[in-house]
Design a binder for this molecule. Structure first.
Ligand code: FES
Ligand code: FES
Length: 137
């Protein structure tokens, strides 16, 4: 299978690998697994409480190269967005940007699920209702 240069770049040189302090009220943590393969992804956001802008994002992915590349790209996209904008990051945008082949689409779904899960954690911690299936779109 031929991977795009962007996948290889995010895989060999992933951005924002790490951990944020999940005890902080302005940090949201998402932990999700892919039923297709058992890979696991943790993604965290740190929100500037005044502006609602995501000022930092980190991930750790125990999974395939495409999942690592998807989460690396996702953290890059998250930074600088408001939480409400971040809800609208769609896995198909990741597929397009990384040119993922069909068998690797679920790897990008994992990244979208991790984003939503991190946002939900942040929302619940701050007294907001959880997102519904459709998100807050
Ligand atoms: Fe083996 Fe994802 S299926 S790492
Ligand atoms: Fe399962 Fe990529 S996340 S193969």
């Amino acid at each position: 299978m031929a991977y795009s240069e962007k996948v290889i770049d995010h895989y060999t040189n992933p951005k924002n690998v790490g951990t944020l302090d999940k005890s902080k009220k302005n940090v949201g943590t998402g932990l999700v697994g892919a039923p297709e393969c058992g890979d696991v992804m943790r993604l965290q956001i740190e929100v500037d409480e005044e502006s609602g802008i995501i000022k930092d994002a980190k991930f750790k992915t125990f999974g395939c190269g495409s999942a690592i590349a998807s989460s690396s790209l996702a953290t890059e996209w998250l930074k600088g967005k408001t939480v409400d904008e971040a809800i609208n990051i769609d896995n198909m945008d990741i597929v397009e940007e990384l040119n993922l082949p069909p068998v690797k689409i679920h790897c990008s779904v994992l990244a979208e699920d991790a984003i939503k899960s991190a946002i939900n954690d942040y929302r619940v911690k701050n007294g907001l209702p959880e997102l519904t299936e459709e998100g807050a779109k």
